[in-house]
Design a protein around this ligand. Structure first.
Ligand code: BGC
Length: 741
């Protein structure tokens, strides 16, 4: 494809800033505001109003168009038929894959493998770029501590450190080394900020996050993404401290621009500027445009508050033209960095085919490494083909090519899906029989009429694998649940199958941590697969039959009951911390006991204080032994470091992956510190009997936190450290940070 002449002075050589400035100098106010407007496409068709808008320079970006010919035509109109020939940003939610679907982001987080997450994002970016997409609205890096919230599926989970590492991994994958290289697309860190703290996990609800918690918990992943060079950020739908994020000057100007020096583009969320009046912050769209522009939103996603009102606000002197110029400069800069002025067009033939070997291998590996073995009594897993005459495969998610993909798969091709049933049949060959009973139409079904057949199949088989969980539609945006147990009649199905007395394995596909208390004792093993994507089948078959050993670790705590939410490992100690000795169970209360006899610590009478499965938990088919935790020094000062090391051995009989985790507690702080904080992790693979030592270097900056003055500080004092295979490891040591010289 030839590159048409994109027109005027902005093609001059020279640093991007100068070229953007030269182009800006030629623009009318209307053209500037046009750059600040993003319009919905997405019908493989260009409506007259959109074409007219492009010609008139009223559109800076189009979202949701992924038909490459249509995208090229959009670019052609923008470049050849508008006065200044400015190419378009083409935005799309490429969240965990494009045609090839990788595990949902929460699943990818469970891999604790940043290099693999980068590869996943790269696969997604390459396939999306081949369709003309040059901007993804990902990664979503909202800390999520409430599994009721449907968007926890899209998040990195509950921990700021893990989320920060993965934020960087995603940005690297999407953007590559250079935004201009083929297969790179601009990333968008979202949703700035606090969106994951929605009250009661109800999507879009108010977020109440004190500034100190915002800084110590919710903002670190964004800071990491900014430092990693993320090109854009998206505001959140929710309000923080009474001010919707889209109008929040503190977040968007004071913090993001002034404190962090972010120079990229800030885009609103979908119509979130006009929604400012629905929030009750403004009386009308004009005020909404004013509030968003003043706060520093550079581009309006789908909405016309800027188009209709920004010009008059500038002409009246209420919004400075300098603010508009800055926003437009940032938008043009991203377009320059993407190389769109050199070539706005996409030749799909220049890209590898979608779902090529690399894409499918990455999807399969990610699905393997994201699955978490929650329990495995008496070595129920792995199954041994040689010892199974017949296997019952039961459940609504065993053969559900669409649902295994999860949420946000606008472009995911379910025809590429290999289901667990298909893969198990293939693996079985003629070695053992596979008897499949779906038993339930959907995961929500309450109709139990298929259960007799399921029970009969289980009774005849040597073992049963139940594929349970949530369909894709039950998690994601606007898909929050108040009851996060297995939906429909699934628990009853488990109980019925259990009654056969045969081994029962549950594989759970879900978009969130579910409460599993009602089935956990009913099954011999639970493999938690999240929504694993295109290659769910081969990955799960490999895990079930021991070709691979599970190595995923939970990125979020699993509550026993929904009433425990939020429950996360890195909570504060409180003045009355619970312990096994202080917990009283509701069934054990002595009716004559006085009010003050019940423990007097922070626990629930009916649920205690621990989760069912803690953060970082994940079993393996082998066993790992941790010994000899040590530090190289007992104290160190700012400018120095402490190295915390441990010996890890594979004491089982198979090679397997393990994620070694380092946790730290700062015993005394200017603001109270969490009881444990993840400060490092390393994924490794050990052969049977292999032993290695793993070291983590900590500097004073790694122990820093925001104090009462909202400034980052490191405080001398005592720290405890633990290393192990989950957040409840007891293998600990201690060190001191001492005042510097
Ligand atoms: C979501 C964003 C998404 C946007 C565009 C919104 O509803 O909150 O995360 O990027 O839609 O699809």
């Amino acid at each position: 494809m030839t590159t048409p002449d994109a027109g005027s002075a902005h093609r001059a050589d020279g640093p991007i800033r100068q070229r953007a400035a030269a182009l800006l100098a030629q623009m009318t106010l209307e053209e500037k505001i046009g750059q600040m407007s993003q319009v919905n496409g997405g019908e493989s068709y260009i409506h007259d109003y959109l074409a007219d808008g492009l010609r008139a320079g009223r559109v800076g970006s189009v979202l949701n168009e992924v038909d490459v010919d249509t995208v090229n035509e959009l670019q052609r109109i923008a470049v050849e038929e508008s006065r200044l020939g400015i190419p378009l940003l083409i935005g799309r939610d490429v969240i965990h894959g494009f045609r090839t679907v990788l595990p949902i982001p929460l699943g990818q987080a469970a891999s604790w493998n940043p290099e693999l997450v980068t590869r996943c994002a790269r696969v997604a970016a390459r396939e999306a770029a081949a369709a003309g997409v040059n901007w993804t609205f990902a990664p979503m890096i909202d800390i999520a501590r409430d599994p009721r919230w449907g968007r926890i599926a899209e998040s990195p989970g509950e921990d700021p450190y893990l989320a920060s590492v993965l934020a960087v991994a995603h940005v690297r994958g999407f953007q590559g080394d250079d935004l201009g290289e083929p297969g790179s697309i601009a990333a968008c860190a979202k949703h700035f900020a606090g969106y994951g703290a929605a009250e009661s996990g109800r999507d879009y609800a108010t977020a109440n996050v004190p500034e100190n918690e915002l800084r110590n918990v919710y903002l670190p992943p964004f800071r990491a993404a900014v430092d990693a060079g993320v090109a854009t950020l998206m505001t959140s739908f929710s309000e923080v401290d009474g001010v919707p994020a889209t109008a929040n000057e503190f977040l968007l100007r004071d913090l993001l621009r002034d404190e962090w020096g972010f120079e990229g583009v800030v885009v609103s969320d979908w119509d979130s500027i006009r929604q400012l009046s629905i929030h009750g912050l403004t009386p009308d769209d004009c005020e909404s445009a004013f509030e968003a522009a003043r706060a520093g939103v550079d581009m309006e996603m789908h909405g016309d508050a800027y188009l209709c009102h920004l010009a008059e606000l500038v002409e009246e002197g209420v919004i400075d033209i300098e603010a508009v110029d800055e926003a437009v400069t940032r938008i043009l800069t991203v377009k320059f960095r993407l190389g769109l002025f050199q070539n706005p067009y996409t030749d799909p033939g220049a890209f590898p085919p979608v779902a090529d070997d690399e894409a499918l291998a990455t999807a399969r590996l990610a699905a393997v490494q994201s699955a978490v073995l929650l329990k495995n009594d008496h070595g129920a897993l792995p199954l041994e083909p040689a010892r199974i005459g017949s296997l019952a495969v039961i459940g609504p998610l065993a053969d559900a090519p669409h649902d295994q993909l999860g949420t946000w798969i606008f472009d995911g091709d379910e025809k590429l899906s290999v289901t667990p049933l298909q893969a198990i049949r293939e693996l079985a060959g003629d070695r053992f029989e596979v008897h499949y009973v779906r038993a339930m139409e959907t995961s929500r079904s309450r109709d139990t009429s298929g259960f007799d057949e399921a029970v009969a199949a289980a009774a005849e088989a040597d073992a049963t694998v139940l594929f349970l969980g949530e369909e894709a539609i039950l998690s994601g945006e606007a898909h929050s649940r108040a009851d996060i147990g297995l939906p429909g009649a699934q628990a009853e199905l488990v109980a019925r199958v259990r009654s056969t007395g045969k081994p029962v394995i549950a594989v759970i596909l879900a978009g969130r941590p579910l409460t599993l208390s009602d089935i956990v004792e009913q099954v011999d093993a639970i493999l938690y697969a999240w929504h694993p994507g295109t290659m769910a089948g081969p990955a799960l078959a490999d895990l079930l039959f021991g070709v691979e050993s599970p190595s995923g670790k939970l990125p979020a705590s699993f509550p026993r009951m929904v009433g425990q939410v939020p429950i996360h490992y890195n909570h504060k100690n409180t003045g009355k911390p619970p312990s096994p000795e202080t917990v009283v169970h509701i069934d054990d209360i002595d009716p004559s006991a006085p009010q003050l006899s019940l423990g007097m610590t922070a626990f629930h009478l009916d649920a205690g204080y621990t989760p069912l499965f803690p953060f970082g938990h994940g079993l393996s088919y082998t066993t790992f032994d941790y010994q000899n935790i040590r530090t190289d020094v007992t104290e160190f000062a700012a400018g120095e470091s402490v190295t915390v090391s441990v010996d890890v051995a594979n004491t089982g009989d198979r090679p397997a992956g393990e994620v070694v985790q380092l946790y730290v507690r700062d015993l005394v702080g200017n603001v109270t510190r969490p009881v444990r904080e993840l400060k490092g992790f390393r994924r490794l693979r050990l052969e049977p009997a292999e032993r290695t030592s793993v070291s983590f270097v900590l500097r004073a900056a790694d122990l820093a936190f925001y104090g009462r003055d909202m400034r980052l500080r490191t405080e001398p004092g005592e720290f405890h450290a633990w290393i192990g295979g989950s957040s409840v490891t007891e293998l600990g040591t201690a060190f001191r940070l001492v005042p510097g010289a």
